[in-house]
Design a protein around this ligand. Sequence first.
Ligand code: THU
Length: 531
Amino acid sequence: MKRVFLIVLDSLGAGQMPDAPVFGDRDCHTLKRIAGSKKFAFNFMNKMGMGNIDGQEFLPREEKPLAAVARVAELSCGKDSTIGHWEIAGVVSPAPLPTYPDGFPPEVTDEFTKLTGRGILLNKPYSGTDAIREYGREHMETGKLIVYTSADSVFQIAAHEDIVPVETLYEYCRLARNMLQGKHGVGRVIARPFVGTPEEGFTRTYNRRDFSLEAPEETVLDRLAAEGKTVYGIGKIEDLFAHRGLTKSIHTGSNTEGMAKALEALDLDFEGLCFVNLVDFDAKYGHRQDVDGYAAAFAEFDAWLPSFLAKMRDEDILMITADHGCDPGDSHTDHTREYIPLLICGKPVKPLNLGTIEGFATIAATVADYLGSSYKCGSKSLLPIIAKPSKDEKALVKAALEAMEKSYSPYSGFKVGAALLAENGEIYSGCNIENAAYSPSVCAERTAIFKAVSEGVSSFKMLAVCGGKGGKVKGVFPPCGVCRQVIAEFCSPDMPVLLISGRNSFERTTFGALLPGAFSPSFMGKSDAGK
Ligand code: THU
């Protein structure tokens, strides 16, 4: 049963992106900042290969890392959790979510007053605790709602639980949520109930509730859920996706709790995705400019990691990443426009350094690919590069190399071998067979295909090809145009093709990538290749 555990260390940026100044950020690097703290501990993340990621030269490098690693650039125009997570789940946002440094415009406040029948107080970016301390009394006397925002894309409504019952406040939030779409589509509308008296002071209650904006397009979560897979959200994942695409979810309050739930999830039998967000890095330390606190939280995660890896099953993949930066030591308390780190490990994964990749959606594409989902987004899966060879692949490579030895190529001296894995599990291999008259020569791929077809087998699920002068495989030897046309007769565009590049190495591609837009049987009125 294939499972992917995707853990987002909220705001753990891997260095500033080139366009950071456009977002008001300079000299930001969240990981580098916390690595300078005495509280920073870097043992297991080091073993994973975090120090090998582009731009992390201040960390020790690991010769034999456990994970495939990359630095990933954000394509969306934004630096917040919502947009970051949406991109991780496959949806790129061309525009940032709206923020309101001068408060909400009259078109918003007037409409909200009309909908609720209540006036509003404050209407500025404000600290939540200051808001109730300074406006609590007036709110209690007039019944007007305390509406405020922050540097984030939020519409927050604070109300005393005795003046506006919690359920009514939630209803006001729903009205606001429906109203705040399109141009004013804020990331979250947040209910901020509080209790207390003007004399003794006010305190916020645990009845806070977030009403998130829905992702504008289908995410990998939506598709996986629709395909019957489990999609389990831990932490604030349910808020970030407005509960959409989750088959199970739990709202944790802290990193410690989130990690405990993730560990418990390893004991559950499911096929699908477990998506975890550890929010403390951002909420407790990043925004509060607490470098040591952030470093200590990282150390806690680092120390916890071995317990997680020890419980992983053979078909589990762990991905560790972030959603944006929030450098706790830069000049402001906001998020920072940074690359994110990506570490992928597990038995099915080959550790290697992938350099710098464009687009967080690479994660969605890889998750979908591994779980066999039909979800497609603008990014490509990393699986063809990072997956360890499967049993079938190993067998096919071996068969192609063996067939190559039998090549009859006295004229060119090039030995070529091909092996096809048929739907029935049988392998059909072939070599190139040359002829003194040259033109009757046949390539290895066609020999293999014709061999199978003449045995009554014409449905195939994988092809491997190798070749080289004198039978030395030094780099790939891709199928010629004529062979591609013959392959198009029997194989579908998504059929994997292994281009063998050495005795123990191969590149994965698909037949569709080798011959896009092929003149296939469908053009002759036949529906499927090979059927
Ligand atoms: N060859 C193949 O067997 N397969 C291909 O797809 C490309 C070419 C053989 C034909 C010939 O015997 C030799 O390689 C040099 O072209």
